[in-house]
Every structure is written in C-alpha cells, then in structure tokens.
Design a binder for this molecule. Structure first.
Ligand code: ZN
Length: 192
C-alpha cells in the first residue's frame, strides 16, 4: 500500500472523527468492507470506554485508530502538561482495548498545543478536505465537497457520529473507486 503513490496511483485517506458510535460506526465498517477500503478512525477515549467492542471491530477489520483526545477537549486551551495527560490517558484506553497504541493524534478542532507536541511521541495529523458534515448534516453536500476537492494524497475529514455521512459513504466510495482511487491510512500516507 505504501508504494502506491510512488507508483503513480491515486490514493486518498478517509478519516472518521468523534466516535465510536454504536449505530453509525458499524454501518461505516460494512460499507468500507464492501469497497475493500481502509480508513482511519480518530476516536475519543471516553467513547472507546463506552463502546469497547465496536472499537475492537474497527481495529480487527484492519482500520487504523487515531487519538482524538479524551472527550473532545480544545487542547490549545490546556497547559502543555494537562494536554499531554489527556493524550496519554486516551492512548492508554485505546491500547487497553485493542492491544495497540494509536499511531497518530488529531487534536479536536485542529487546535494544536505546540508546547505539548514537543513532548509527545506520536505525529499529528490534520486534514485537507473538511466535509463540514457535522454542520450541514446532509450527505449530498458532503459528497459534493469531496467531488469538488479530491486529489491524490489528500486527507478527507468526516465524522462517524453523523448518520448522513454513514448513509452517503457507499455513494462516495463508488465515486472514488470509479475515479481510480486506492485507500490508505494516515500512517501509510505519512510514511510516503
Ligand atoms: Zn472532532
């Protein structure tokens, strides 16, 4: 997978934030499986605690799990020490659930705490295309934003807590498949 981009193939990294969610995350997993697509899920430590079996399902299906803080705190407003505590706590919860530490961290709102990042061992991953699915709650709009901006190597942000995105995903992947895109996780993309 990591060599796809250098072979001139088009790749895209799908990311789903703010879960896991008991209904939408399994629906997204089923659609990803149908399209043989891998994705990265930026999970909240608090919700991993609530839904450990869904978290395991995501991991066991071959997707990547990222750290999205404990309960969606704005890390830029915390001290470096408290922000790091928040990230480490979430790392520990995810590791206790899946056996593996998340490979990357995505700060909520993209609000970075640069001081904290100096003492953090995981890379940060933001995004290129913000579908704003949380705001529009409209699958067709999410799909249109992706169509307008997709390019090889881009990171697409959606939310697995949004039913509209879970419903639209089949259409989105059918389109991306047809355009010749392959799917990579964030760490695969970063390794390129
Ligand atoms: Zn978020």
């Amino acid at each position: 997978m990591a060599s796809l981009k250098s072979n001139g193939q088009r790749v895209v990294a799908l990311t789903f934030d703010d879960g896991p969610h008991p209904k939408n995350t399994p629906k997204i997993l089923a659609t990803l499986k149908k399209h043989e697509a891998t994705a990265t899920f930026y999970m909240l430590g608090s919700l991993v605690n609530e839904h450990p079996s869904i978290t395991k399902d995501v991991f066991n299906a071959g997707h990547e799990i990222g750290n999205h803080s404990y309960s969606h705190e704005n890390l830029s407003t915390l001290s470096a020490k408290n922000a790091l505590k928040n990230i480490n706590k979430t790392n520990a919860i995810i590791k206790a659930t899946t056996g593996f530490e998340p490979l990357t961290v995505r700060p909520p709102y993209g609000a970075r705490n640069v001081k904290m990042e100096k003492s953090m061992h995981q890379p940060i991953a933001i995004w290129d295309i913000d579908t704003l699915d949380w705001k529009t709650r409209n699958g067709a709009t999410t799909f249109q934003r992706i169509k307008d901006s997709v390019h090889s190597g881009c990171i697409i942000l959606m939310h697995d807590i949004q039913p509209s995105s879970a419903e639209e995903l089949d259409e989105i992947l059918t389109y991306l498949d047809r355009k010749g895109y392959s799917y990579v996780t964030i760490s695969q993309l970063q390794a390129n």
